[in-house]
Design a protein around this ligand. Structure first.
Ligand SMILES: [Zn+2]
Length: 288
């Protein structure tokens, strides 16, 4: 029998650097630990046009899931959606968090070391990474001090994203004129007369990255039956095109909301959607 005991919890590297040591001056935010309403985050993204791009502009060095979380907390607490950083990062920029300000909670990766006893009686150390909500971040409007400079928004480019993610865009060779695009294995094709070519390209990339094309080829027309793989791919396309400010969200929104109205999307699916959108956004900025 495994005799596992938790020893230490170490902080893994995060995009925003290490979080600060807790300070008494800064109370914990009123944000329930480890209970994130993923359905509400997705609904928020779908129902508040402009939210995704506003959040991206302010929080682009964070994951899209964390951007949505930060945006939600700013709205709930009447905070201006403005650049976000840890207590120490603000300090490095010559700004201090105002006294009494509550931190914003975001997901961060933590590595848990577990000591397990093997059958031979030896002790083995194993590490496991998981994500937990931690209140360590503050927006610009919660701080005071020097004028701070922020990095410019990185440009995004489809061919760069394709190359970085090892997805090949091939010529469209389907006779069905209704077909907007399709994906097979790691290849995608977009109808040259597709209504929203970039949205379709991202939808097909999402099929590849979410593993849908290892199960079956994906071909998309107005007649494609509604299923969870389609909702996931469409939600990724919706999020990425909303951030980029390119057209085609209206039909995606109706499609996803139609699905949400009849069947819930699992939290696991919603996390996959946000993570995939994140991957596509990051990959498209690699040449910068
Ligand atoms: Zn599809």
């Amino acid at each position: 029998m495994m005799n596992a005991s938790t020893t230490t919890t170490q902080k893994a590297k995060t995009q925003a650097g290490f979080p600060p040591a807790p300070s008494e001056a800064h109370q914990k935010a009123n944000f329930k630990k480890d209970t994130v309403d993923f359905q509400a985050l997705l609904t928020q993204a779908l129902t508040q046009p402009g939210q995704l791009s506003t959040a991206y502009k302010a929080f682009h060095n964070f994951s899209i899931l964390n951007q949505a979380l930060a945006f939600k907390q700013c709205l709930e607490r009447g905070l201006q959606v403005s650049p976000l950083a840890s207590f120490n990062s603000w300090k490095e920029k010559g700004r201090m968090v105002q006294k009494g300000q509550k931190a914003i909670s975001l997901f961060m990766p933590l590595t848990k070391k577990i000591e397990a006893e093997t059958e031979q009686g030896k002790t083995e150390e194993k590490s496991r990474t998981f994500f937990a909500l931690k209140p360590h971040w503050f927006v610009l409007s919660q701080t005071e001090g020097n004028e701070a400079e922020f990095p410019a928004l990185p440009a995004w480019n489809l061919s760069c994203a394709l190359e970085f993610l090892d997805v090949e865009k091939v010529d469209f060779e389907m006779m069905n004129g209704n077909c907007q695009g399709y994906a097979t294995a790691r290849k995608i094709a977009v109808n040259p007369v597709a209504a929203f070519p970039l949205k379709t390209a991202i939808h097909e990339m999402a099929h590849v990255l979410l593993g849908h094309t290892t199960e079956a080829d994906c071909a998309d027309s107005e007649l494609t039956p509604r299923n969870i793989a389609e909702v996931e791919a469409e939600a990724v396309a919706y999020i990425v095109t909303s951030i980029l400010g390119t057209p085609g969200q209206e039909s995606s929104r109706a499609y996803i909301q139609g699905w949400l109205g009849s069947e819930p999307i699992t939290d696991q699916s919603i996390r996959k959607i946000f993570a995939c959108a994140d991957k596509i956004m990051k990959a498209g900025q690699q040449s910068n």
